[in-house]
Design a protein around this ligand. Structure first.
Ligand code: ADP
Ligand code: MG
Length: 326
């Protein structure tokens, strides 16, 4: 598979701040690649390095096989969709989408045709004459996408593009974006701090912390086989078991991870103190103290629910304990 974007030992330091620190990435052509991590972990800086708004302080970046040192943004075959995607309120939708082409000096008929095609791609054909104020939030977001697609980039960089939308609309747009990416077949690099968003949309996820990539893998690998406690902890509140605990169970002294939904009440097993019980609608979350280790258990609807303060026994299947680094 050809690489769309490749980082080799890329760093971007601002004085003492290591915004991006010796990062290696290899994103395949046509891949939906998510960069996931907490605020300040270096995701936006990585996108800006790809887009050409920043230059690395060390390392090499290749885009579609070309080293891009010093290549200006408009010659990189990539385009960016920002979270704050401000549209021009006084321009209609078509002219908003065609704006970049106008600046690039394209003729009116050419750019309007391109804008209408881009609007078709995001299912907004026929909306070209409307003003942005006459659109819903989700439709405005799609105009921003069309604006980024209008010059047919080979890769689209999306920086928390759904962050401003409410939950329901965000989930709808997640599905639409995924379908769009499959249909267009172009490479998406999608930045988010939302674990479920990254896991549900991406072919592969890179988990960032402190300017470094901690783990890269499929959503399943990231979710079920975290390689470090940070990943287990960040990606959907897995229970991280300390090495001593894991050593007693398996003989291997390494951190372990057990998904909350894999933990259940058992006649025998580990004695646990029930701390809090929270009804979540589809499940009930129970936080526990298991011999000094905090754990969370997710009980399905219909299960027996313990009370806070109670002492219970909990267990999990041996193969639900993932030993890190094993
Ligand atoms: P994220 O997008 O994951 O939230 P960023 O890439 O925006 O993270 O930032 C990573 C780190 O680099 C943060 O500590 C941020 O404050 C710092 N940083 C980003 N841009 C600059 C800059 N222009 N000057 C100084 N520090 C910066
Ligand atoms: Mg950011």
């Amino acid at each position: 598979m050809t690489s769309a974007i490749r980082f080799s030992g890329v760093s971007r330091h601002y004085g003492d701040v290591k915004a991006v620190d010796r990062v290696d990435i290899d994103i395949a052509e046509g891949e939906f690649f998510a960069m996931l991590g907490p605020s300040g972990s270096g995701k936006t800086t990585c996108l800006r390095l790809i887009a050409g708004f920043e230059r690395p302080t060390a390392g090499d970046i290749e885009i579609f096989g070309q080293v891009v040192q010093g290549t200006p943004p408009y010659k990189r075959n990539v385009n960016t969709v920002f979270q704050d995607y401000a549209l021009f309120p006084h321009l209609n939708v078509r002219d908003n989408v065609a704006y970049g082409l106008m600046i690039a000096g394209q003729m009116k008929a050419t750019r309007q045709k391109a804008a209408d095609e881009a609007l078709e791609m995001v299912a907004l054909g026929g909306y070209g004459d409307r003003k942005p104020s006459a659109l819903s939030g989700g439709q405005r977001q799609r105009v921003a996408l069309a604006r980024a697609l209008v010059n047919k980039p080979k890769a689209l960089l999306l920086d928390e593009p759904l962050g401003a939308l409410d939950l329901k609309l965000r989930e709808q747009m997640q599905e639409e974006l995924k379908v769009l990416q499959r249909n267009l077949g172009i490479t998406f690099v999608f930045v988010t701090h939302d674990q479920s968003e990254a896991l549900s949309m991406a072919d592969r996820v890179a988990v960032f912390n402190d300017g470094k990539i901690i783990q890269v893998g499929t959503p399943e690998a990231i979710y079920y086989r975290p390689e470090q406690p940070f990943v287990a902890d960040f990606v959907g509140s897995s229970n991280v078991l300390p090495p001593e605990f894991v050593a007693k169970l398996t003989g291997t002294k390494a951190h372990g991870a057990v998904r909350p939904e894999a933990v259940s009440l058992a006649a025998q097993g580990h004695a646990a103190q029930v701390k809090t019980v929270s009804f979540l609608g589809t499940a009930t979350r129970v936080s526990l103290d298991v011999a000094g280790t905090p754990m969370t258990m997710l009980l399905p609807k219909g299960a027996v629910i313990p009370k806070s303060g109670e002492t219970v026994h909990v267990d999990w299947a041996a193969d639900d304990l993932h030993v890190m680094g094993a």
